[in-house]
Ligand binder design. Structure first.
Ligand code: NAD
Ligand code: ZN
Ligand code: ZN
Length: 348
């Protein structure tokens, strides 16, 4: 069958909508009809990377955040039915190394040999009508949740949830968490912190609209990202700073802000791939503060965020676009005018 897919054809060039051949699923594989495919800021970063930096072979179809309906099962696949809605765990590891067997395919040891991180990240992803998932182990049934609205669980929610779990011992009652950048991923971070911890949540963004949305989603305080932000947040934390700071932007200025508002023995989590640099020296971060760069999440964690969504504890701010409208979605993302996550719904 021939359909359309948005492919990265050349590094540092916009992706192209191309006609592609969808093949039948082979042994162990599952073909999905894409319900929703989230557009992530990482896609913009990926497109802008110079040739030779990533181990991927071009072209491949973009889209690493997906949910859809089972279309066809390859030989040997059981336990799924045609039409069943499923979330796609996006980190496609080897499935055999120890981290993979523990469900942490985000830490697969064989990425250098595989030369991909997942669909949309070196292999054909979900910004297409159909996506071929290499194994049914990467699918999580989503029950009554609609793939068109809940695809962002697979990345926008999973990544901050993974980060949050790393820092749980710090997020005790009385603690503070700062989320810098409350777009697609940051809005989920705020809600996950609200749902899982008793920490006070301070949302930071440049956009007043985004800050208002963060407040609706559970932030206790909102702070404009400007030259007064450090002072403002320190004031809100009795001069002590926050136990956990999630930088979901990752440019020089936000990293500086993060180091300026983190507390002694706290944790700065760099989720944003903005390319910024944080000078690391003895007085560069608060005493005994950890600096980590969490990457995506594990399969069990995906099941946990799904459980939160199914329990009605998360709200997803999505704007739907057709596959042909993908450039418009990226344009809105660049301009910072998306309300939350842009989700492509190739089948309407
Ligand atoms: P987005 O475009 O939806 O949101 C970005 C938000 O940051 C917007 O609300 C914008 O107004 C705000 N912002 C921009 N500059 C700012 C500044 N200087 N101060 C405060 N706020 C600012 O992007 P997204 O899809 O939510 O992705 C956010 C980041 O997370 C990206 O860098 C993306 O690559 C990264 N990401 C990382 C992982 C991971 O596993 N580490 C997973 C997903 C996304
Ligand atoms: Zn992403
Ligand atoms: Zn592996």
């Amino acid at each position: 069958m021939k359909t359309k897919a948005y492919q990265l054809v050349e590094w540092q060039k916009p992706p192209e909508l191309r006609e592609v051949e969808v093949r039948e699923p082979g042994p162990g594989e599952v073909l999905l009809k894409v319900g929703g495919a989230g557009a992530c800021h990482s896609d913009l970063t990926l497109m802008g990377i110079p040739p030779g930096f990533m181990p991927y072979t071009l072209p491949f179809t973009l889209g690493h955040e997906a949910a859809g309906w089972v279309e066809a099962l390859g030989p040997g696949v059981t336990g799924f039915e045609r039409g069943q809605p499923v979330l796609v765990y996006g980190c496609w590891g080897c499935g055999r190394c120890k981290p993979c067997r523990m469900g942490s395919e985000n830490h697969c040891e064989r990425v250098p040999e595989l030369r991909y991180h997942g669909g949309g990240l070196g292999r054909d992803g979900s910004l297409a009508h159909y996506v071929l998932v290499p194994s049914s182990r990467l699918l999580v049934p989503m029950g009554s949740l609609d793939p068109r609205d809940w695809a962002p669980l697979a990345d926008a929610a999973l990544a901050p949830y993974h980060a949050l779990k790393r820092a749980l011992p710090l997020l005790v009652p009385g603690s503070t968490a700062v989320v810098i950048g409350v777009g697609g991923v940051g809005q989920m971070a705020v809600q996950l912190l609200r749902a899982v911890t008793a920490a006070r949540i301070i949302a930071v963004d440049m956009s007043l609209e985004k800050l208002a949305r963060a407040k609706e989603l559970g932030a206790d305080e909102t702070v404009r990202s400007d030259e007064h932000a450090v002072g403002h947040i320190r004031e809100l934390t009795r001069g002590l700073g926050a136990e956990v700071v999630m930088d979901v932007v990752g440019v020089d200025s936000t990293l500086k802000l993060a180091a300026g508002v983190a507390r002694q023995s706290g944790q700065i989590q760099l989720l944003g791939i903005g390319g910024g640099v944080l000078p690391f020296h003895f007085f560069g971060v608060p005493l005994e503060c950890q600096v980590v760069a969490p990457y995506w999440g594990t399969l069990p964690e995906l099941m946990e965020v799904l459980a939160l969504a199914q329990a009605g504890r998360l709200r997803m701010t999505v704007e739907h676009f057709s596959l042909e409208q993908l450039p418009e979605a990226f344009q809105r993302m660049r301009g910072g005018t998306l309300k939350g996550r842009a989700v492509i719904t190739p089948h309407g």
